[in-house]
Design a protein around this ligand. Structure first.
Ligand SMILES: Nc1ncnc2c1ncn2[C@@H]1O[C@H](COP(=O)(O)OP(=O)(O)OP(=O)(O)O)[C@@H](O)[C@H]1O
Length: 308
């Protein structure tokens, strides 16, 4: 099995007066999945485009499997599959034609093409292979485009928000394919969906305002951030009087609805226990738990600059 790697070394990119990437560096060795996280406009797509040589950095280098992408793009990108800003596949072609066309361009033999079309047609629940691309829904098109990046059997898969705009069923199809692929390949994906990243990725890189804020093993990063909200559900309706009592007990109510209240806290077990013992004096608590995820806490803390 091949081991893959990618690295950004002091990469900067300016658009006019706007500095989109400021000296970014990170690297990853091995197979698995890397999640690239950051708010809109952080510089994720710009980084991914530089990685696949769609744009050139002003300074710094990007390497794929130790080959400099800017200097030797053909060699570096030979084993890459990329899905960046979903292009429209040829509308007049049929699904199977559009898939074999991409594979033929890469010199893949007919038998492999047929097998892979059949495989991904099942895995991604592709529409009828004889259907015209122009008649497909947005999600169906996205599935076909994803299949066309996979049909060439890439060693490294670069995906820019691959599931944006997909329904939950389609997201699951994508997730299962990524989970399968990452066993033997390297997947580098940007995403806004933290739940998706925590389910699929082994490593995370956080970017904000064109700078890398943190990177590391997802479990190690997540475990250093405690969840800082609890939810309590009551038998009785939550009214203003109850909310006042909770506030008077010294708590910050983040939100509430008919039967439940969400309270901010410092994330410690001691505070969590104390809140519950206070709440049972105020109402009949039937459910109590922390809400959110550690990755979400990490994302918020790191991107707000409270990096531990
Ligand atoms: N070709 C361009 N010309 C001018 N500015 C650009 C260009 N491409 C990107 N930018 C700017 O660079 C910044 C980073 O954009 P980029 O698309 O990399 O962000 P992103 O992290 O991918 O965001 P999103 O999650 O919204 O896709 C943005 O402020 C964007 O407006």
């Amino acid at each position: 099995m091949n081991m893959n790697n990618i690295s950004f070394n002091s990469v900067s990119k300016r658009f006019g007066n706007f500095q989109a990437l400021k000296n970014i560096s990170f690297s990853y060795d091995g197979n698995g999945a890397i999640g690239y996280l950051g708010p809109n406009g952080a510089g994720k797509t710009t980084s991914l485009k530089i990685l696949v040589n769609l744009i050139r950095p002003d300074s710094g280098t990007v390497m794929i499997n130790n080959i400099n992408v800017t200097k030797e793009p053909v060699m570096a990108l030979k084993k890459i599959g990329a899905l960046i800003e979903t292009p429209l596949p040829y509308p007049y072609l049929r699904v199977s034609e559009s898939l074999s066309y991409v594979a033929e361009l890469r010199g893949i033999n007919k038998k492999d093409i047929e097998n892979r079309i059949e495989y991904y047609s099942k895995k991604l629940a592709l529409p009828d292979l004889n259907a015209k691309i122009s008649g497909l829904s947005k999600g169906q098109r996205q599935r076909v485009v994803f299949a066309s990046t996979l049909i060439v059997d890439p060693e490294i898969l670069i995906l820019d928000e691959p599931t944006s705009g997909l329904d939950p069923f389609e997201r699951k199809l994508f997730r299962d394919v990524i989970l399968e692929l990452k066993k033997e390949k390297l997947v580098f994906m940007s995403s806004h969906l933290l739940s998706e990243v925590s389910e699929t990725c082994d490593y995370v890189v956080f970017i904000n305002n064109g700078s890398i804020k943190a990177s590391g093993n997802i479990d190690e990063i997540s475990s250093s951030f405690n969840i800082k909200k609890v939810i309590a559900r009551f038998i009785e309706n939550v009214d203003d009087m109850m909310i006042d009592k909770i506030k008077n007990a010294g708590y910050n109510v983040s939100s509430y609805d008919k039967n439940s209240v969400i309270i901010d806290f410092d994330g410690s077990d001691a505070s969590r226990a104390r809140i519950l013992s206070d709440l049972v004096k105020i109402g009949n608590v039937i459910y109590y738990d922390v809400v959110g995820s550690q990755l979400e806490e990490a994302y918020i803390s790191i991107l707000q600059g409270n990096n531990k």
